[in-house]
Design a protein around this ligand. Structure first.
Ligand code: 5RP
Length: 223
């Protein structure tokens, strides 16, 4: 099975965690797109979705799935999202699609985080994938220097020759060369730097379940 087929497999497998009659939290990315497509097949059984990005909102609405503002919903039973990396404890690196801030917000309002990923995302130590950090633009140089002091190489994510602008009007820094051995401490530390909107380590908002697409089928990891 190729990577695309594995994503389809886990996107469909995630339907088992959707609670009938409720609103589901929906992440962002190519794996989640497969989940959204699968969700459309049971759209009459759910109330709708809270979305973590403009891109997912567009896809959900195009398929006839109502999208609620996160402020209209007190708690979600489940949030389903992909990851750029996940470790054996359910800690993740996210933000490859630049949606990390809204993803962390929706994850925080959900009782359970179900990560859907192909097996290439499972790692021993987080940090091989360049770590996305959403920042207030005026703080970007200082934050990049702080990552250099930690041993990383940081750069501003570009799109069409200019800094990429997130759904929240901010920029993304991608940091290579980090080995994040204590994700909880790392997330706590970097989140406190002035100008950091969201760091792409999801350790406080970790996954409780990972549906991992493998050549032998979907493996369920519980953390
Ligand atoms: C978007 C994300 C995605 O979940 C992550 O980048 C994985 O995406 P994909 O499923 O396309 O590999 O964090 O901000």
């Amino acid at each position: 099975m190729n990577q695309d087929e594995l994503k389809t497999l886990v996107g469909q497998a995630a339907l088992q965690y959707v609670v009938p009659g409720q609103i589901v939290g929906v992440g962002t990315g190519s794996t989640v797109n497969k989940f959204i497509d699968a969700l459309a097949s049971i759209k009459d059984q759910i109330k709708g979705a809270v979305s973590s990005s403009e891109a997912s909102t567009i896809r959900l609405k195009a398929l006839g799935i109502p999208v609620f503002d996160s402020n209209e919903v007190s708690e979600l039973s489940v949030y389903i999202d992909g990851a750029d990396e996940i470790n054996a404890l359910g800690h993740m690196v996210k933000g490859g699609g630049a949606a990390l801030t809204r993803e962390k917000i929706v994850a925080a309002q959900s009782k359970m985080f179900v990560c859907i990923a192909d097996e290439s995302k499972l790692v021993n130590v987080l940090g091989e994938f360049p770590l996305p950090v959403e920042v207030i633009p005026m703080a970007s140089s200082r934050i990049m220097s702080q990552f250099v002091q930690m041993g990383g190489q940081a750069q501003i994510r570009m799109k069409d020759g200019a800094p990429l602008v997130t759904d929240n009007g901010q920029h993304i820094i991608d940091v290579k060369g980090l080995k994040i051995k204590d994700p909880v401490a790392f997330e706590t530390q970097v989140s406190q730097w002035p100008g950091v909107v969201t760091v792409g380590v999801f350790a406080h908002q970790k996954a409780q379940v990972c549906l991992l697409g493998t050549s032998e089928g979907v493996k369920t990891l519980k953390f």
